[in-house]
Design a protein around this ligand. Structure first.
Ligand code: SF4
Length: 352
């Protein structure tokens, strides 16, 4: 296994002008997805997680568009390409989307057409991208349905999405996403809409597929329990920026950023007194809108550790605080020094 990133995102910005001003849901994202690993992306609703997922496939919802930065795809199948520079509707981007980088959504009906059978939809993917004939496409679609453990795959080939349960629809969507053998799968809250039992089955399926196929997975979720069980590295987002990035073990053992600490303290611990009887501690306030521009640290109005005259003045940059563990908080000398220099700090190489 190598730690070389298959996707390397630098200073990625997404925005759009609205009648209330400039909306900036992504404000300079730096993120590496190492080959063959599952990376978690966490944060509250409104932090920009889903927008990051969509930007990676260049499918930002109109009028949002990528306004800066790079998304370098280097999967070894072609020379490295900057996806952010490609026309979202152009031939080059359409050839990459689905075939080399694929996405699954929280709600399968976002990806599945209600008026076509799931077999036709999976087969269509390989007919377009792999130029397979009708018979081979059907055989491949049934194979994919088998691979995602769809019960009675051969019969379900002719089913419409409305004939399937929520869990089966999710399996069909995963089969469709993986039909062309992508190296990168972006999974945006893939189990949030499912009940707990089915959720566990789908997560297990994704973990098995990731290991069997050696895929790189970006798993977007607000569920820290899912992250702890399934990922190797984690990035934490707040108001369009990554504020902490580390191995999953480091992040859960020694969270550095007060926002991460707040997120973790909001998770009930199994069997703990607090988890059973007492109200959960929650962070004060909510994530500001993508219109808001704050001086200093974007988290300072909600931060219990904010230092007046510092946190509301100096904008923190990401800096490595411990080996392989970076944060964007001025309480750490490494961050303070780098932030005062006003320079962006080069991201450390991810640790395998
Ligand atoms: Fe809190 Fe200041 Fe750190 Fe921001 S920089 S997270 S406001 S302590």
């Amino acid at each position: 296994m190598t730690s070389r990133p298959i996707i390397s995102v630098r200073n990625l910005e997404v925005g759009a002008m609205s009648r209330h001003g400039m909306l900036r849901p992504l404000r300079g994202i730096d993120l590496d997805l190492p080959f063959g690993q599952t990376v978690g992306l966490v944060g509250e609703s409104g932090c920009g997680k889903s927008m990051t997922a969509r930007a990676l496939l260049n499918i930002t919802p109109a009028p949002m568009r990528i306004t800066g930065g790079t998304i370098i795809l280097d999967d070894g199948k072609a020379p490295p390409q900057n996806l952010s520079a490609l026309d979202p509707d152009g031939v080059a981007m359409r050839a990459i989307r689905g075939a080399r980088v694929a996405m699954i959504f929280q709600e399968p009906m976002t990806a599945l057409s209600p008026v076509h059978t799931i077999g036709d939809q999976i087969g269509e993917m390989v007919r377009i991208h792999r130029k397979l004939g009708r018979r081979e496409a059907k055989a491949h679609a049934i194979e994919m349905l088998d691979m995602v453990s769809m019960p009675n795959a051969r019969q379900r080939y002719d089913a419409y999405p409305f004939n399937l349960s929520g869990g089966m629809r999710q399996r069909a969507m995963i089969a469709m996403a993986l039909a062309c053998g992508p190296d990168v799968l972006v999974a945006d809250e893939p189990t949030t809409a499912l009940d707990v039992t089915i959720q566990a089955q789908i997560l297990e399926l994704l973990q098995r597929l990731q290991a069997d196929l050696g895929m790189t997975v970006l798993l977007i979720t607000h569920d820290l329990g899912v992250v702890a069980r399934t990922t190797k590295r984690v990035a934490v987002m707040y108001l369009g920026e990554i504020v902490e990035e580390a191995s999953t073990i480091q992040l859960f053992d020694t969270p550095l950023h007060p926002y991460t600490q707040g997120l973790l303290s909001s998770v009930p611990r199994l069997g703990s007194r607090r988890g059973r009887r007492e109200p959960l501690p929650t962070m004060r306030g909510t994530v500001p809108s993508a219109l808001v521009e704050l001086a200093g640290c974007a988290f300072h109005p909600r931060c219990t550790k904010a230092v007046a005259g510092l946190c509301d003045v100096i904008k923190p940059v990401m800096a490595e605080v411990n080996p392989g563990h970076s944060a964007r908080c001025l309480l750490y000398p490494e961050v303070l020094v780098a932030s005062k220099r006003g320079s962006s700090v080069v991201q450390p190489e991810p640790v395998s």
